[in-house]
Design a protein around this ligand. Structure first.
Ligand code: ADP
Ligand code: ADP
Length: 224
């Protein structure tokens, strides 16, 4: 499994060139996309998640084209946006179960197994009946990962997931991502160097819509 991003560009109607000829090859494993606020990370994440079209260029997940084969990509995709809403008066179990139904898990018994396994995996099983409105930032982000993992996606995109987490929650969140497995592609966008240094096998630095550096965190971070 490999994601190849080719000549991706996006000019917003306000004149901002958010993506300026992005080229990246992303193998399986944890990939860090590091860049300051306004670099174009969210625009790139939304484009890869098929929620927004680029003006030109494309990306291929193996041979599936993100612009031309959106349905196929969506079946293989888990996406945790930067700001996602949760229903405050619904329990973690019920909301995850609801999303599982939307993902097409029609069999009740099978759905229960999947939902409970994800709650265990994200360390939320003991709070599964609590309302999401009472969750801390870290619990919310872990819930977001549980939701993103529904349907066993092969490409997982997480946009600035550790912003606002305290150090303990950040470590917990890192451990969760590290466990997701190496056969999947996990793209983590962040402005926090430690996220990439601690977690990622490969990385790119982007600024002003352009890729400035690509390589492995250990050698690259020494250059920043
Ligand atoms: P496009 O060029 O893709 O049509 P638009 O410039 O029309 O995009 O903006 C799409 C949406 O994003 C609009 O609702 C707009 O209000 C909002 N938006 C505009 N500028 C920004 C910005 N700097 N950051 C985030 N959202 C913005
Ligand atoms: P990052 O995630 O790295 O902070 P973004 O992709 O959110 O970067 O933004 C890149 C640039 O595009 C910024 O200058 C931002 O203000 C602008 N931008 C983002 N979304 C929109 C939009 N919908 N319409 C117009 N400009 C936007």
């Amino acid at each position: 499994m490999e994601l190849r991003i080719q000549h991706l560009s996006k000019l917003y109607s306000n004149g901002v060139q958010a993506l300026n000829d992005i080229n990246l090859t992303i193998p399986a494993g944890m990939f860090g996309l590091l860049g300051p606020n306004g670099a174009g990370k969210s625009t790139l994440m939304r484009t890869l998640a098929t929620l927004q079209d680029a003006d030109s260029g494309t990306a291929l997940l193996d041979n599936i084209n993100i612009h031309e084969q959106k349905d196929q990509i969506r079946r293989l995709l888990g996406y945790l946006p930067q700001d996602f809403g949760l229903y405050p008066k619904v329990s973690a179990y019920d909301l995850l179960d609801h999303f599982a139904v939307l993902k097409g898990l029609d069999n009740r018994k099978q759905r229960k197994e999947v939902v409970e396994a994800l709650l265990h995996q994200t360390n939320l099983y003991n709070v599964k009946n609590k309302h999401l409105g009472g969750f801390s930032g870290g619990m919310r982000q872990r819930f977001g990962i549980a939701q993103a993992l529904l349907g066993d996606p092969k490409l997982i995109i997480v946009d600035e997931p550790t912003a606002g987490l305290d150090p303990e929650e950040r470590v917990r969140f890192h451990n969760l991502l590290a466990d997701i497995g190496t056969e999947k592609i996990v793209i983590l966008s962040t402005h926090i160097v430690e996220d990439v240094a601690d977690l990622c096998n490969n990385m790119a630095v982007i600024n002003k819509g352009q890729v400035i550096l690509t390589g492995q965190p250990l050698s690259l971070i020494a250059q920043i």
